[in-house]
Design a protein around this ligand. Sequence first.
Ligand code: UDP
Ligand code: MG
Length: 324
Amino acid sequence: MDLTILMPFYNEDKQIDITVSTLLPILEQLDIEADMLLVDDGSSDRTWDAIAKASAAYPNQVRGLKLSRNFGKEAAICAGLDVVDSHAVILMDGDLQHPPKHIPEMVQLWRSGYDVVEGIKSDRGNESALSRINAGIFYGLFRKVAGYDLSNASDFKLLDRAVIEKWRSLKEYQTFFRGLSAWLGFKRCTFSFEVADRQTGQSRWRLSALVRLSVNAITAFSSVPLHIITLIGALFFLGSFLLIIQTLFNYFSGNANDGFTTVILVVLVVGACIMVSLGLLGIYVGKIFEEVKGRPRYIISDDTNIAITRGRDLLNTTTKKEDQ
Ligand code: UDP
Ligand code: MG
């Protein structure tokens, strides 16, 4: 295969048919061999059945991968990138919010020699004000601490095989795809696209998952938060000199009872700072803990039109052979 379109799906049973039928004619028009890899991120609805049906209907164009549970979009992307063996992969959202009409343009740019072709959002579509503010805070922080400006970056990307092979060699358990693909470098170019509206269902992100992803992304790319702890410590050290002088002065001048308010304030502020600092340290220690365990990023439980076979399937094929 020359090109694979990789799409993660979570509880999108109604979307699969729409996505597949939209993409088929576009892929056909390309003058290279192209197929789709649909990853079911442990959906609880009939998404996998829909993928299996589409795979059976178009065995050469549609392949499917099922994760054993909901591991999250990042893990679904990892799983897809690990099994593809095409010359290039286009990564896009299964809900068609990344307009597939840009695919020919991306292929063109790849052919002209770029290894990474990135989609840049020209506007954020119908996103709510709250989610815009959240995104603004997150990307602002990310730029400050990690040094990459990803504010309009998206997961709509074409990656050359060379980039995918390097990506596979990154052993991180907790990934932030957008950041890591910027970190990888290579010859890159961008194109801009307008985020389309969702045709079925609604955004699958919950606030808690987004907060987790944000904390994950920032701590994976930067140890600046740890240095901030040191900075706060240094400031308190300087401040404490002033208080020591004042306290000693009061003591020797016989006014030692004064300053109770100061004591309360200092205890509160110092206590809060220590707690926040411990929390920050905890986040990093937690990350080390997760990485040290060395668990896989995802578990594949089923597939269609890919040669990852299960015991039961093997048993079926051997019995079939014996029958013959
Ligand atoms: N998705 C996924 N696993 C998840 C959440 C989302 O595979 O845990 C998929 C989802 O099915 C969709 C894509 O990731 O194809 C983008 O998700 P969504 O549209 O919910 O996010 P948004 O467009 O709001 O950023
Ligand atoms: Mg979406």
